[in-house]
Design a protein around this ligand. Structure first.
Ligand code: NAD
Length: 490
């Protein structure tokens, strides 16, 4: 039975697929085994997907290799045109896609819709970028030669994505891959496979040929092992934890595969005494609590200078106290359920550790229902660098405030992490703006803004937050090889 129809009302229920997509065929696992997918709000089973492993992954890689032979030969305009159609279909079905996303991932419906539009923006952007893949000529050292630099598709790419942005993390990789002429095998998160499969349906309807996009669901380690070992896979593009990223990097080493890694963060959010207080509070709410605090760029450590500390804490406290927690489909909810029990355990562990080490509770939302997967938004004061929440991503609605006195101290605390994805700071002082922006060791810095994600700007981290950039003009380069052509005897 189509389990999800009990819960959601879709305009187009064909978008809800419980089979994987390999070489243009929707299919089950060889063993017929399935894995259940749960709605994190109700804890009911939404449906099942095939529990696939190495054999099906090999078949998907084979289908992608076959499709690559003709896909790479299409003109940039042809590939761009198909991506445009995919984009238009995603936008046309955005309400259904958003509902599906909320049902399997939990975020409030308005945020899910924003993610679908953000996800679609990459498809549109790279549809346009397809025709701008250039090359160059280099003046030859001798008169009888010419030197040309050509760009060619990398080949079959493995795309492995997390649960926190089940739509956008896929399009941010697949759109540039396809625009460049690559074909893909997608392994979505086991917690959120339905958003990926729905994108597969729309890609098919857009006319993207069979085998260009393959989607394998099931056992992460088994599927990952084949993607790492198989020589046909020339690149792995991964978004997820630093732990798994490192594992993939080691696994890809023997085959010298190319890698793009978008990994974990530990974002500092610094508020200086000379900040615009209201702007900083708004930014903190946006950056900390979006997706219930389950984003890689979300403020993990909020550093506030002594002179503005009490005023900032008081304003943020009133915002936290009024946050409504509940199912993402409920009106007015701003914090949905957390993705799973392990996420709740980690949040509770971080808060307990902080309280034990001297943090105090400044504000909390109303209590959340017992026995459910909800975490209560909480604002903690007197946080210190010895606490777990200072060194690990909490990935929940926990906002710890660290007090600091000087700019040097704030920068030292901010950079005191092996991660380097996003950082934010608030100041009205021009000289400080430049000094701090240049001193922060992060791939992305928000100055007087908590919002840094857009398809037009490079997205990615330094240090243990990863390799490579997504979005922008750089994003497509990750899927292109450089070939130098030397023409002689002229
Ligand atoms: P995760 O690393 O547990 O899982 C990510 C993906 O890897 C999933 O599809 C999972 O099934 C797969 N995976 C797990 N083990 C594997 C294996 N052995 N081989 C191959 N694949 C395997 O991460 P998650 O919990 O899904 O996502 C949260 C993490 O992602 C956080 O650390 C967050 O910061 C990070 N993230 C980073 C970005 C970014 O752009 N830098 C964006 C979103 C999320």
């Amino acid at each position: 039975m189509n389990a999800i129809t009990k819960i959601g009302t879709f305009n187009d229920s064909d978008l809800f697929r419980q089979q994987a997509l390999i070489g243009g065929v929707w299919r089950d696992a060889d063993t017929k085994a399935v894995a259940e997918v749960t709605n994190p709000a109700s804890l009911n089973v939404l449906g099942t997907v095939p529990d696939m492993g190495g054999d099906e992954t090999r078949a998907a890689i084979g289908a992608a290799a076959e499709a690559f032979r003709s896909w790479k030969k299409k003109t940039h305009a042809e590939r761009g045109g198909l991506l445009e159609r995919w984009h238009d279909l995603i936008r046309r079905h955005e309400q259904d896609l958003a509902l599906l996303l909320t049902l399997e991932q939990g975020k409030p419906l308005a945020e899910a819709l924003a993610e679908i539009r953000y996800g679609a923006s990459f498809v549109k952007w790279f549809a346009e970028e397809a025709r701008r893949i250039g090359g160059s000529t280099i003046p030859s050292p001798t008169a009888d030669r010419r030197i040309l630099v050509l760009k060619e598709a990398v080949g079959v790419c493995a795309v492995i994505t997390p649960w926190n942005f089940p739509n956008a993390m896929i399009t941010r990789k697949v759109a540039p891959a396809l625009a460049a002429g690559c074909t893909v095998v997608i392994k979505p998160s086991e917690f959120t496979p339905f958003s990926a499969l729905a994108l597969g349906v729309l890609a098919e309807r857009a006319g993207i040929p069979a085998g260009v996009i393959n989607i394998v669901t099931g056992m992460p380690a088994e599927i990952g092992k084949e993607l790492m070992a198989n020589e046909t896979v020339r690149k792995i593009s991964f978004t997820g934890s630093t732990r798994v990223g490192a594992l993939l990097m080691k696994g890809a080493a023997d085959g010298i595969k190319r890698l793009s890694l978008e990994l974990g963060g530990n974002a500092p959010f610094i508020v200086f005494d000379d900040a615009d207080l209201d702007l900083a509070v708004e930014g903190a709410v946006n950056s900390k609590f979006r997706n219930g605090g389950q984003t890689c760029v979300c403020a993990n450590r909020i550093l506030v200078q002594a002179g503005i500390y009490e005023a900032f804490a008081a304003k943020l406290a009133s915002r936290v106290a009024e946050m409504k927690v509940g199912a993402g489909t409920e009106e007015g909810v701003v914090i949905g359920p957390m993705i799973n029990g392990a996420a709740i355990d980690k949040i509770e562990r971080h808060v307990a550790d902080a309280l034990e080490k001297g943090a105090r509770i400044i504000a909390r939302s109303e209590a959340v229902p017992e026995g459910k997967q909800y975490a209560r938004p909480i604002l903690l004061g007197d946080a210190t660098t010895e606490m777990l929440l200072a060194s690990e991503e909490t990935f929940g609605p926990v906002a710890p405030l660290f007090r600091f006195e000087t700019e040097e101290e704030a920068i030292a605390i901010a950079n005191g992490t092996p991660f380097g994805l996003a950082a934010y700071f608030y100041t009205e002082n021009l000289k400080r703006s430049w000094r701090v922006a240049e001193a922060l060791e992060f791939g992305m810095v928000g100055l007087n803004t908590g919002l840094i994600s857009t398809e037009v700007a490079p997205f990615g981290g330094v240090k243990q937050s990863g390799l490579g950039r997504e979005g922008s003009q750089l994003g497509i380069e990750e899927y292109l090889e450089v070939k130098t052509l030397h023409v002689g005897g002229l």
